[in-house]
Design a protein around this ligand. Structure first.
Ligand SMILES: Cc1cc2nc3c(=O)[nH]c(=O)nc-3n(C[C@H](O)[C@H](O)[C@H](O)COP(=O)(O)O)c2cc1C
Length: 375
C-alpha cells in the first residue's frame, strides 16, 4: 500500500483539520491519584507520548460527578483540585501539535455504592444484571440500582454541561459523549435497560430524549463542531441489549445527524469492552450506519493496519480509532504509515498500576519525522 492510503491523509473533523486519521481510542487506565481522582503526571506523559502533529486523541472516560463513577482510579472532573492535572494533559498533547477531546461519562447502573458516594447507582429502570465495579476491595459485583425520578434528570444533564465547561476551561479541544458500552446514556437508548413509561421511555423517539438533552448540553458549551458521540451498536458490555438493534441504532445516527457534530464514533460489535469477542468478524456497524450519518465517522474495535486502511478506502468510515495497539505503540500513526511491526500490548497493565506497561514503551519514530510522518 502506498503512502497515499487515505488513512494517512488530512480530514476535516468539525472545527479542526487533522493531518491523518489514526485516532487514539478512549481507554480507562485507572492511574489517577487517590483520593480525589487527580489526573497524574504519568497520564500527561502517556497522552503526550501518543500525540502526533494533527492527530486526534480521545481521553479515557471522565466521570461527571461522584455518583457517575464506576471504577476506583478512573478519571473524573467535578472539582477544582483536578484542573491542573487536566491542563497538563491538554498541554502535553498540544505541545506536539495534536488535538484532544475528553470523553464524558456517567456510569449509571454499572457501579457500586463505594464509588457513588454511598448512594445507590442510578439507571432509567431497575433491570438487575451481572456486572462488576472496581472498589477498594477490588472487582466486586455492582450494587443494586434504582430508577431515576423524572425530576432528577435535568440535574444530571446539568452535570454534563458543567463538566463540558470544565474541559473547555482546562484547554481541551472538544468533548465526546460516552453513549456506548452500556453506561447511562446507552441504558436510556436501549430497551433492554429502559422500561420507563414516561417521556424518557417507550418508543425510540422517547428513549433518545436523554441522549438529546446531554448532547445539547455539550453543544451549548462547545458548539456542535467540537462535540462527538460514541455508540456501540449491538455491544454486549454492561449487560446491555435491545429488541431491535438495527432500528434503534439507525434512528440514533439519523437523529444525531441533525446537529452537524464533529463526528460519530462507532464501536464494532465484535468487541466487548476491552476484548475481542468475535475474532475475524468484518466490521458491520459502520457499514450499516454510513447511509444514516453524513458527518465524519470514526470506526473502532479490532482494527489492524490493513483493515483500517481498507475501511477508510472503502468509505465506510473516515477515521479509525485504535485502543489496545496504541497502549504499546506510542508512535502508532508513524508505525502504521511506514508499516513498522507493532509491539504487542500487555493486558496485565491495562487496569491500574504504575508507569510499567503504561509509559515505558519506546517510540521508534525519529524525533525529526514530525510533519513528514503525517504529510
Ligand atoms: C484498558 C481499556 C480501557 C477502555 N476504556 C474505555 C473508556 O474509558 N471509554 C470507552 O469508550 N472505551 C473504552 N475502551 C474501549 C476502547 O476504546 C476500544 O473500543 C476497544 O479497546 C476496542 O478497540 P481496539 O481493538 O483497537 O483495542 C477501553 C478499552 C481498553 C482496552
Amino acid at each position: 500500500m502506498s503512502n497515499l492510503a487515505k488513512l494517512f491523509t488530512p480530514i476535516k473533523v468539525g472545527a479542526y483539520t487533522l493531518s491523518h486519521r489514526v485516532v487514539l481510542a478512549p481507554m480507562t487506565r485507572l492511574r489517577t491519584i487517590q483520593p480525589g481522582d487527580i489526573p497524574s503526571p504519568m497520564m500527561a506523559d502517556f497522552y503526550g507520548q501518543r500525540a502526533s502533529q494533527g492527530g486526534l486523541e480521545i481521553i479515557e472516560g471522565v466521570s461527571i460527578s461522584i455518583p457517575a463513577r464506576s471504577y476506583l482510579g478512573a478519571a473524573s472532573f467535578y472539582h477544582d483540585g483536578q484542573v491542573e492535572g487536566w491542563k497538563a494533559i491538554a498541554d502535553a498533547v498540544h505541545a506536539k501539535g495534536g488535538r484532544v477531546f475528553m470523553q464524558l461519562i456517567h456510569g449509571g447502573r454499572q457501579s457500586h455504592i463505594d464509588m457513588t458516594g454511598g448512594v445507590a447507582p442510578v439507571a432509567p429502570s431497575v433491570v438487575p444484571f451481572d456486572g462488576v465495579a472496581l472498589t477498594k476491595d477490588g472487582w466486586v459485583p455492582v450494587s443494586p440500582h434504582r430508577a431515576l425520578e423524572i425530576e432528577e434528570i435535568p440535574g444530571i444533564v446539568e452535570e454534563f454541561r458543567v463538566a463540558a465547561q470544565r474541559a473547555l476551561d482546562a484547554g481541551f479541544d472538544g468533548v465526546e459523549l460516552h453513549g456506548a458500552n452500556g453506561y447511562l446514556v446507552d441504558q436510556f437508548i436501549q430497551d433492554g435497560t429502559n422500561k420507563r413509561t414516561d417521556a424518557y421511555g417507550g418508543p425510540i423517539e422517547n428513549r433518545v430524549r436523554f441522549l438529546k438533552e446531554a448532547v445539547e448540553a455539550l453543544i451549548s458549551v462547545w458548539g456542535a463542531d467540537r462535540v462527538g458521540v460514541r455508540i456501540s451498536p449491538s455491544g454486549e458490555w454492561g449487560g446491555i441489549s435491545d429488541s431491535d438493534p438495527e432500528a434503534t441504532i439507525s434512528y440514533v445516527a439519523q437523529f444525531l445527524d441533525q446537529y452537524g457534530l464533529a463526528y460519530l464514533h462507532v464501536i464494532e460489535p465484535r468487541i466487548k469492552g476491552d476484548s475481542t469477542l468475535h475474532e475475524g468478524h468484518p466490521p458491520v456497524a459502520v457499514k450499516f450506519l454510513r447511509p444514516h450519518f453524513s458527518g465524519p465517522i470514526i470506526a473502532a474495535g479490532g482494527f489492524d493496519r490493513e483493515s483500517a486502511i481498507h475501511i477508510v478506502e472503502a468509505g465506510d468510515a473516515d477515521l479509525v480509532a485504535f485502543g489496545r495497539h496504541f497502549t504499546s505503540n506510542p508512535d502508532l500513526p508513524y508505525r502504521l504509515k511506514h508499516n513498522v511491526p507493532l509491539t504487542p500490548y500487555v493486558r496485565d497493565a491495562f487496569w491500574g498500576g504504575n508507569e510499567k506497561g503504561y509509559t515505558d514503551f519506546p517510540a521508534i519514530e525519529p524525533a525529526t519525522a514530525g510533519l513528514a510522518a503525517t504529510a
